[in-house]
Each structure stands twice: as structure tokens, then as C-alpha cells.
Design a protein around this ligand. Structure first.
Ligand code: SF4
Ligand code: SF4
Length: 120
């Protein structure tokens, strides 16, 4: 099983990205309900989903650019922790969602899922 990201963009499109309290408070990230500014306390922001990264109209992360993370060096901790071949139990559900999504894409197109080539 590979640990190399082929930058298919699946994990950056299928899930909501939760910012930590510190990440949210920094105001560095584009979030849902951005127009309301940083909501305090953090529990209130969590309650209404204001601590989630914003999404594009196609449901992809607002920072996803041509299959690549546009803020790779400063991406949220949850993005650093996750990899689609992880064996960690806490990510088992997400890994399965990605597996199903790729299987459905394959079945729908009759062709392999397009992947972004790694930058050399
Ligand atoms: S699903 Fe896996 S291969 Fe695709 S972008 Fe995410 S980590 Fe990379
Ligand atoms: S911040 Fe980067 S790694 Fe995280 S979901 Fe968005 S594009 Fe993907």
C-alpha cells in the first residue's frame, strides 16, 4: 500500500475540515460564515459550523487548486494527520468513503479515476 499522495483531491472534497481552536482564532483561514468574523467562544463557533473551512461550489475545499493544496505548508492539523491509506481506526470511516467514491467514479466513467501527477 502506497503512502504517496497522488493528489486526486478526494479527501479535500469529500469531508468538512474542522479547524482547531487555535487555528480558528488565528483568523488565517477562510471559513464558513467568514462574514461574521471570528466567533467567540470557540464552542459557539463549533455549534454553528463557523470553524469549518469554506468550500467551493463543487464542495471542494476552498484551498484546493487543481488537485493540490494551495496552503500545503500551513494546512490545518487535521489535514496533516490524515492520509487515505491510514490504518488508524479513527479514520476508518473516511478511508471507506474515499474508497467508495473512487469505486463509483470508476463504475460511472468506465475509465480510471483521473489523478494529478506528482510535481517533480
Ligand atoms: S485521497 Fe489520498 S491520494 Fe487523494 S489527495 Fe487525499 S491523501 Fe492524496
Ligand atoms: S486545506 Fe489543503 S489539505 Fe486541507 S482540505 Fe483544504 S486543500 Fe485539502
Amino acid at each position: 500500500m502506497t503512502n504517496s499522495c497522488v493528489r486526486c483531491g478526494c479527501c479535500c472534497s469529500l469531508f468538512l475540515i474542522n479547524l482547531s481552536k487555535k487555528e480558528y482564532a488565528s483568523g488565517r483561514y477562510r471559513t464558513m460564515f467568514q462574514e461574521h468574523g471570528v466567533i467567540e467562544p470557540f464552542a459557539h463557533a463549533q455549534g454553528c459550523g463557523a470553524h469549518l473551512l469554506d468550500k467551493n461550489a463543487d464542495e471542494s475545499c476552498v484551498y484546493l487548486v487543481a488537485g493540490r493544496c494551495g496552503i500545503h505548508a500551513s494546512r490545518p492539523a487535521v489535514c496533516r494527520d490524515f492520509f487515505c491509506t491510514t490504518q488508524a481506526k479513527k479514520f476508518a470511516g473516511m478511508v471507506e468513503v474515499i474508497r467508495q467514491s473512487k469505486a463509483e467514479a470508476l463504475a460511472g466513467s468506465g475509465e480510471p479515476v483521473e489523478v494529478m501527477p506528482l510535481r517533480s
